[in-house]
Design a protein around this ligand. Structure first.
Ligand SMILES: NC(=O)c1ccc[n+]([C@@H]2O[C@H](COP(=O)([O-])OP(=O)(O)OC[C@H]3O[C@@H](n4cnc5c(N)ncnc54)[C@H](OP(=O)(O)O)[C@@H]3O)[C@@H](O)[C@H]2O)c1
Length: 256
């Protein structure tokens, strides 16, 4: 059984890069990939912010590389990816996790906010995937996993830019899956529902806000980053070798 699990789900000898790994889903994903045996490059806009995730990975016996990366600055995205590949000698898995949600009514939504959301949530991930795929294509393949959202599927007000980015990210996932299959690169996505990460907690401080959101989650609770990370490890693992262009919904049924 142990051998079967290691053979199917283990990531020994693999190198992964997780964007936006300072906290939340990115933190849980980076530590989970390391626990599965991968060496992991982690990114944030601030090097200091990465100390807790580096410590968690190293304490668990893993190896991690901190990188500063600004998703809006494509030169920084490409430099980080090249640095990870150079440092570890290979790059097998990219997790496009960094993302932002700026909520505001569409009648007054600003150009600046629209541009920022689209740049961080869609343009940055495309060019990160492009830079990574160029490296993967030379080494026989790899795995790209994009972190989408339930709001790619479910319409709720004040989220037009975010929903458009994530729906775009999912269709981009499918196009890249087709285009890069000949290089041995799979491209998949996970679409989380509401996960109480530090950036979201403030939205649910009142009992009314909490109750209203819980009402639309059939499984009756918010998600934890640890509900999302294992599916990403699975998509990176040998067990998912024949899965591409898929979106795994991890939302307690919220999209339904
Ligand atoms: N939490 C949820 O309920 C939920 C639901 C559905 C989907 N998601 C998606 O899951 C992903 C992670 O969400 P989360 O809640 O765990 O996020 P989070 O706690 O807010 O962390 C977001 C990460 O993205 C990074 N980031 C934001 N803007 C960036 C930029 N301009 N350049 C580079 N990095 C940037 C942050 O990096 P810094 O360290 O530089 O701040 C941070 O590490 C996002 O794509 C989000 O859309 C979340």
């Amino acid at each position: 059984m142990q051998d079967y699990l290691r053979h199917s789900f283990g990531l020994e000898g693999k190198v992964a890069l997780v964007t936006g790994a300072r906290e939340g889903i990115g933190f849980a994903t980076a530590t989970a990939l390391a626990a599965a045996g991968a060496r992991v490059a982690v990114t944030s806009r601030s090097a200091d912010g990465l100390l807790p995730v580096l410590e968690a990975i190293r304490e668990a016996g893993g190896e991690a590389l901190p990188l500063t990366m600004e998703m809006r600055d494509l030169a920084s995205v490409r430099a980080g990816i090249e640095r990870a590949a150079e440092h570890f000698g290979q790059l097998n898995v990219l997790v496009n996790n960094a993302g932002i949600a700026i909520r505001a009514p569409s009648l007054t939504y600003t150009e600046a906010d629209w541009t920022e959301v689209l740049e961080v949530d869609l343009r940055g991930p495309f060019f990160a995937a492009q830079a990574t795929a160029a490296i993967m294509a030379r080494s026989g393949g790899g795995r790209i996993i994009n972190v989408s959202s339930v709001f790619a599927h479910k319409a709720m007000g004040s989220r037009a830019a975010y929903a458009a980015s994530k729906a775009g990210l999912e269709q981009m996932t499918k196009v890249l899956a087709v285009e890069w299959a000949p290089y041995g690169i799979t491209v998949n996505a996970v679409a989380p529902g509401t996960v109480l990460t530090p950036s979201r907690e403030h939205l649910f401080v009142t009992p009314e806000a909490l109750a209203e959101r819980l009402r639309i989650i059939p499984l009756g609770r918010f998600g934890e980053p640890e509900d999302i990370a294992p599916a990403i490890v699975f998509l990176a693992s040998p067990a998912a070798a024949w899965i591409t262009g898929a979106v795994i919904n991890i939302d307690g049924g919220m999209r339904l």
